[in-house]
Design a protein around this ligand. Structure first.
Ligand SMILES: *Cc1c(COP(=O)(O)O)cnc(C)c1O
Length: 353
């Protein structure tokens, strides 16, 4: 199957005409159509766009038992001219197939992922909110479908894309606890992949931090809990003595975020020195004691840039005046200006529908 127009079955009972765009919470509401493709006998087939609806799986379905499942998260926006644009989906496509390889799943052909996404969004363009900071969240995912309880790679899969409108993602500044016991990812493990189990496994340590008044944890390396890695489901950036430092991805325990990559490029253009390297908790605490630790923030597709007002290492508390932040708000504005078309997209990051 090469590039082609994907057959569409229209939803005869669409929600869009009566949908209240002012009440859009992330992740709860989905558009009228979805894309589905099946993998059988070594090939992708049955690529269709059809009404969004539940579907059946066998109770022995491999995904339900062994977690052979991967996903991506991407956003589409209306720019200041009302045109629909997607932010860097080619990067998500590449990462999806990296995740697929690690989880012993078949690669998805580029045309199904990219053209499928574009055709689906073209059909659902009315669902892209027309408000600043609001977006249409795009969730491509793949699941193993074999009805078989043996632990081996499935021979059948489903690839799907679903879309959900998402309001201006207001997130209050976060309070973060540096994790000293649990781990998100290990060298040789699956931390660089967006596979379901990584997120299921993070819920318990995060719930413990929440019981103690924190919103999320700052993950540290699995071996010594000495080096910082990520904050929740976001990459993390530190501003220490005017320099930006973000954890290195070279051990495979830090997910290579598209927002992280974009932020590094933009911050350098904005004149900052950016270091990608291992950063220890000891160095952070030492910088704080010397008054050199200026900012810490999360970067990821969902919230773009998330401010952090408190970072704690055990009893040692580091507080930040969110009103006085410089780098994080400037980066957020720069990214938004590119997405909205207020400034030239010189890196060709936007894909027009
Ligand atoms: C998705 C994700 C990120 C952010 O990646 P983006 O491509 O910027 O959205 C960071 N860390 C983890 C663990 C993630 O799953």
């Amino acid at each position: 199957m090469s590039t082609q127009t994907i057959p569409v079955t229209l939803n005869t009972n669409p929600k869009l005409p009566t949908y209240n765009m002012d009440e859009i919470a992330f992740g709860k509401n989905f558009t009228d159509h979805m894309l589905v493709a099946d993998y059988e006998n070594g090939e992708w087939k049955n690529v269709v766009i059809k009404p969004y609806a539940p579907f059946e799986v066998d109770p022995s379905c491999a995904t339900l038992h062994y977690g052979q499942t991967i996903f991506e998260g991407i956003k589409a926006f209306k720019n200041n001219k009302g045109e629909a644009v997607i932010f860097r989906p080619d990067q998500n496509f590449k990462r999806f197939n990296i995740s697929a390889e690690r989880m012993q799943m078949p690669a998805i052909p580029e045309w199904i992922f990219m053209e499928g996404m574009k055709q689906l969004i073209k059909l659902e363009a009315g669902w892209i909110p027309n408000k600043p900071d609001a977006s249409l969240y795009i969730r491509p995912f793949m699941i193993a479908m074999d009805p078989f309880l043996g632990v081996r790679p499935s021979q059948t899969y489903k690839f799907m894309i679903i879309l959900g409108p998402s309001g201006a993602y207001f997130s209050a500044p976060m309070k973060i606890l540096i994790e000293q016991h649990y781990t998100r990812a290990t060298p040789g493990g699956v931390g660089f992949a967006k596979n379901g189990g990584n997120y299921g496994g993070s819920l318990y340590p995060v719930s413990l931090a929440q019981k103690n008044g924190y919103d999320q944890v700052l993950w540290t390396d699995a071996i010594e809990h000495k080096y910082v890695e990520e904050v929740g489901m976001m990459n993390v950036m530190f501003v220490i003595d005017g320099k930006i430092i973000t954890p290195s991805v070279e051990k495979g325990t830090v997910l290579k975020g598209v927002t992280r990559n974009s932020a590094i490029t933009l911050l350098k253009e904005m004149g900052y020195e950016v270091e990608e390297r291992f950063l220890s908790v000891a160095e952070i605490v030492d910088a704080h004691k010397k008054g050199l630790f200026q900012e810490v923030f999360g970067v990821g597709t969902a919230a773009v840039v998330s401010y952090i007002s408190r970072l704690a290492h055990g009893e040692y508390i580091m507080d930040f005046d969110v009103e006085a932040l410089k780098v994080a708000p400037a980066l957020k504005k720069h990214l938004n200006d590119i997405r909205m078309g207020n400034i030239v997209d010189k890196h060709d990051w936007l894909v027009h529908i």
